[in-house]
Design a protein. Structure first.
Length: 316
């Protein structure tokens, strides 16, 4: 009789666990609650805040988190723009805890073009990457309060925000605010790039989804200078865009999910969230949380021309 009771209890536990497993490609909740918290201070009393969106009625204790970082050339943009709030609410309906974070707009009033030195650009990339890590560290420290799983923190960003999350995930020094042996669960880059690929190794690679247009005249799709600055200009800095990052991951035999927009421009920093969210949900469901090993190359064709287009065989 005792054995039967133990088996029955075990069966209840398994059934309960299955009941809590969600398909994130489907809508699972219809309401959300938002809490604004301060995750760090940037000096002189100025606080860095983030909005935490949670599904109402979600009783799980180990919920995955999507940290989103807005774009704006490190000089503008805001975490609470109306379309970002709508997107966060949409993703909570699928069962994710969504965090939209502010970060230091260190180039406000300066711009981020070819007159800004390469060394200053690198410093900005790294500062933003560390601030993403600080936001993640706050969530890890307060995981019980938010009922999240610290091993299921996914990064996503647009334009400058994409560069922030890439430099958080793939520049080793930017992990310093985080606990030892911490790894992000995945990263989603929309029109972003890295200034070096050396820190992408078999030990550091995480499931990576990349959206990038071949006609991006600000952030190169493959490998080229930032903003296509000339070698004689102070802001000349080689960047490795979506295609180059995917090629490095392929070389290492690590998972990646590259979505190429043929002749797509820098608008692809937000287009995926507005028109191709099903691909983002597919990546989160299968590659990140499902741990499926995939190397995906998806091409979205276009009849548009492009004066900046690089020679990309996929688009011929």
């Amino acid at each position: 009789m005792r054995r039967l009771l133990i088996l029955a209890f075990a069966s209840i536990l398994v059934t309960g666990a299955k009941a809590q497993t969600l398909n994130y490609e489907q809508v699972n909740f219809n309401r959300n609650a938002v809490t604004t918290v301060t995750y760090a201070y940037e000096g002189e009393g100025r606080s860095l805040k983030m909005d935490v969106y949670e599904p109402v009625g979600d009783k799980r204790q180990d919920r995955p988190v999507l940290i989103y970082v807005h774009g704006g050339g490190f000089s503008g943009g805001a975490r609470d723009e109306e379309w970002i709030k709508e997107y966060a609410e949409t993703m909570t309906q699928h069962g994710l805890v969504v965090v939209s974070m502010s970060y230091t707009l260190s180039m406000k009033g300066k711009g981020f073009g070819c007159d800004i030195s390469a060394s200053e650009k690198i410093a900005v990339f790294n500062q933003s990457g560390k601030e993403v890590a600080m936001a993640a560290a706050y969530l890890v420290k307060n995981k019980n309060q938010f009922r999240i799983a610290s091993d299921k923190i996914i990064l996503a960003g647009s334009s400058a925000g994409a560069e922030a999350v890439l430099h958080a995930a793939y520049i080793n020094d930017n992990y310093s605010p985080l606990p030892e042996n911490f790894h992000y669960a995945g990263v989603i880059s929309m029109a972003g790039a890295l200034y070096q690929l050396n820190d992408i190794t078999t030990d550091t690679a995480v499931p990576t989804q990349i959206f990038h247009g071949t006609c991006d005249n600000l952030v190169p799709y493959a490998t080229a200078s930032h903003h296509y600055c000339k070698a004689s200009e102070p802001g000349y800095l080689t960047l490795f865009g979506g295609k180059s990052i995917a090629e490095k991951l392929k070389l290492l035999e690590e998972p990646y999910y590259l979505v190429t927009s043929c002749n797509g421009n820098h608008d692809w920093n937000s287009i995926p969230m507005k028109q191709y969210n099903h691909l983002i949900l597919d990546f989160i469901q299968n590659d990140v949380l499902g741990e499926a090993f995939r190397q995906v190359n998806e091409v979205i064709k276009s009849d548009k021309g492009c004066s900046f287009s690089e020679s990309v065989a996929l688009c011929d």
